[in-house]
Design a binder for this molecule. Structure first.
Ligand SMILES: [Fe+2]
Ligand SMILES: [Fe+2]
Length: 294
């Protein structure tokens, strides 16, 4: 299985390209990453933002680390973005992804993505409002795909999330989004499926398994987030903890479906209070467990 590293584990801890490249390459032994917008906020003033983001990109390249994509993290996920209840908020969601596309282009990275957004509590219960806002979101993504292409990007990614107040959440939602965008965008829009989001029985019942996702929308899956979870909440634990995802299951799925291109990005979110040395040794131990099944 092709392993990569989402950099969420490092936020607020290992800052700057050279420092981070050393952790990724020398300490953890990865050569493929997904850059998180929690390290560089896409809404920072463009000149400063691109200088800081460019420092990561250059240092990573120098260390032989490929940046496959850039992706929204915790800060980005806080907002409603494309599915927000007001036009102002939806416009800001659009600006958010546009800024992220620009930052990604400045890093000379070819793909960027995030969850689409979340409805307000009231809109989530209103079928017609959901539909109206969704239609607008499709138009916004189509328009942004044009911008992304003009900046040299090749793919946009959307991550489904395990909440009925957001979209897409289920594999069927994800398929609908893909079909609605297919052929309408200037560059392909694809899915990034998070194992911990997909394996969520409280929302998906018997369909809370990756085979269901693969069967339903597998042809559109570009990459995966992997994380440990208990299926009760979206945990983003590491594989040093016991849960419903095991390295063996990840490897078995990879082999049985004959996957080749879709990177498994390890996306771990530690409590801010956890000491840095503990985080680093936990990352090393989990990486060892994942490599043992390859
Ligand atoms: Fe994720
Ligand atoms: Fe998550």
């Amino acid at each position: 299985m092709k392993l990569g590293l989402n950099l969420s584990f490092a936020i607020k801890r290992w800052i700057g390209g050279e420092n981070m490249a050393r952790i990724i390459s020398e300490e953890l032994g990865y050569d493929r990453v997904q850059f998180t917008w929690d390290l560089v906020d896409p809404s920072w003033p463009a000149d400063t933002r691109d200088r800081i983001a460019g420092d990561y990109a250059q240092s990573f390249r120098k260390a032989g680390i490929a940046i496959e994509s850039s992706f929204g993290g915790l800060a980005s996920y806080t907002y409603n973005h494309f599915l927000a209840p007001t036009r102002d908020l939806r416009d800001l969601g659009k600006l958010h992804l546009r800024n992220a596309i620009d930052m990604t282009a400045a890093m000379e990275v070819k793909a960027a993505g995030m969850p689409l957004g979340s409805y307000s509590a009231a809109d989530a219960l209103d079928r017609q409002r959901r539909e109206e806002i969704y239609r607008e979101a499709l138009e916004a993504i189509v328009e942004l795909s044009r911008h992304a292409k003009s900046r040299g990007l090749e793919t946009l990614l959307i991550e489904p999330v395990p909440l009925s107040t957001e979209f897409p959440s289920s594999a069927e939602d994800a398929l609908r989004l893909m079909r609605d965008l297919d052929g309408a965008t200037d560059i392909p829009v694809r899915l990034l499926v998070d194992w911990g989001h997909a394996m969520f029985p409280a929302l998906f019942g018997d369909d809370a398994n990756m085979d269901h996702w693969q069967k339903t929308c597998g042809e559109f899956i570009h990459s995966y987030h992997i994380q440990q979870t208990d299926g009760l909440l979206d945990r983003h634990w590491n594989f040093t903890r016991k849960g419903i995802v095991t390295p063996e299951l990840l490897a078995e799925f990879w082999n049985r479906h004959g996957l080749t291109d879709q990177t498994y990005f390890l996306e771990i979110i530690y409590p801010f209070e956890q000491p840095d040395d503990e985080v680093l040794s936990d990352m090393k131990n989990a990486t060892r467990l994942l490599r043992a099944v390859q």
